[in-house]
Design a protein around this ligand. Structure first.
Ligand SMILES: Cc1cc2nc3c(=O)[nH]c(=O)nc-3n(C[C@H](O)[C@H](O)[C@H](O)COP(=O)(O)OP(=O)(O)OC[C@H]3O[C@@H](n4cnc5c(N)ncnc54)[C@H](O)[C@@H]3O)c2cc1C
Length: 384
């Protein structure tokens, strides 16, 4: 095993893999890029705490298409409906509001991970496996320790999804993940739904494989989620229908339910010496609004642009990493902020936002510039 690399990427989830493939196209010698992954296959690891489908923005689609990683099967989202149960008012975000073809797409998580795994195997990036992988500080720089031996690299990219040494907030909330069947009248324009309740939010995303199937992410107080988990399929279908009413057709399900805990974790410094952090390792956010991976892929796009110049002369490493940090800060703050506001809408019954939420949605629906800027943030994030 070659022991010295230009860049060592630790973690081969979607962000680590995407960065490795992008860099393999930019570097004159891609074998100097190391992708360090756990020996255990990604499929086994990723089934824990992961959704079945992902809502990805148009910007994420463009990035993945640029490396031929966009899965063949996807459902296009042209309309997103946001509303509150038992309150007047709604916000309808449509592709036509911004004159774009689509607001985003829904893809299967495993499909994307598998496609990226294959692309990485067929690239010239050096793949390094280990069981015990740690990023350690040694002689005033960061290095990767793999099963006891050190791998030296000029830069270490942390893409392992593990977020520590930062701000951490545990929500008294869990997410229940499952799939339901909705008997719909018109399958041509399949909407994505965010329906707020007094204590939670139910997201319905049209799955790519079957026009009647919708992926459910139901975030709520821990005790409510435990109650939902223990329901029979029929009881669960009735609960969904109760909160959506006539907005959707008849509901049924025979799918397994998975429950995961939710927390917010933000790493304080995106870069420190020669270490730079991207994706969930930098920020693990609440799934409401489906922004986690979109934000992570914007980290990847920005970092690859910074590395493009660095790979030519490998000079000014620290200032390049500082530049990355600076460029990413506004988008991170805004996305995390919006996610927190949405979480706050249902986390406290007495919240003033909660009381006027329905009407606020209708007001936003009427103010075109505000609506457009929400759609722009959803599609592309903030770019500077
Ligand atoms: C319920 C739910 C729904 C979601 N829906 C959406 C959505 O619709 N849209 C969206 O954009 N985002 C969504 N997200 C967020 C999205 O799933 C994550 O942001 C994304 O998967 C993070 O990717 P990552 O590559 O940064 O990290 P991870 O997926 O955590 O990948 C990290 C990788 O590093 C590996 N690893 C761990 N430790 C080590 C180590 N020591 N050494 C080497 N490798 C290691 C892991 O095995 C893994 O392969 C959702 C999240 C949840 C929980």
């Amino acid at each position: 095993m070659k022991k010295e690399f230009d860049i060592a990427i630790v973690g081969s989830g979607i962000t680590g893999n995407t960065l490795a493939i992008l860099l393999s196209k930019l570097a004159t010698n891609p074998s100097k890029i190391a992708l360090i992954q756990k020996t255990e296959p990604n499929e086994l690891i990723n089934r824990r705490n992961k959704p079945d489908v992902l809502a990805l923005s148009y910007g994420s689609k463009l990035l993945l298409e640029s490396i031929n990683a966009w899965p063949k099967e996807s459902s296009i989202i042209k309309t997103v409906h946001v509303s509150k149960f038992n309150q007047f008012g709604k916000l309808l975000l449509r592709n036509t509001d911004l004159n774009v073809d689509q607001l985003g797409s829904i893809i299967n998580y495993d499909n994307l991970q598998r496609t990226l795994d294959n692309l990485v195997i067929n690239s010239e990036v050096s793949l390094i496996y280990g069981n015990d992988i740690e990023i350690v500080k040694k002689d005033n720089s960061y290095q990767t320790q793999i099963d006891g031996s050190f791998l030296k690299s000029t830069i270490v990219v942390q893409a392992n999804g593990i977020n520590c040494n930062g701000i951490e907030k545990q929500y008294d909330q869990k997410a229940l993940l499952t799939t339901i069947k909705i008997k719909s009248v018109n399958n041509n324009d399949r909407w994505a739904w965010e329906r707020f309740t007094d204590t939670g939010c139910i997201t319905l995303l049209p799955t790519p494989n079957n026009p009647d199937l919708y992926s459910v992410v139901w975030c709520d107080k821990t005790k409510n989620i435990e109650c939902l988990r223990n329901m029979t399929n029929k009881e669960f279908s009735i609960s969904i229908k109760k909160f959506f009413g006539d907005l959707i057709g008849e509901v049924s399900t025979d799918c397994e339910k998975h429950v995961i805990p939710l927390s917010l974790k933000i790493k304080k410094h995106l870069n420190n010496l020669n270490l730079v952090t991207i994706g969930n390792a930098a920020q693990t956010i609440h799934p409401i609004g489906g922004q986690g991976l979109n934000l992570g892929l914007r980290d990847v796009g920005c970092l690859s642009r910074c590395f493009d110049k660095w790979l030519d002369n490998k000079a000014e490493t620290i200032s390049i990493l500082n530049k990355f940090n600076k460029q990413r800060s506004l988008d991170r703050i805004v996305t995390i902020g919006i996610t927190e506001i949405l979480t706050n809408v249902f986390s406290s019954r007495a919240s003033p936002i909660q009381k006027v939420f329905g009407i606020s949605l209708s007001i936003i629906n009427l103010i075109k510039p505000v609506k457009k800027s929400i759609i722009r943030q959803l599609i592309l994030g903030l770019r500077i």
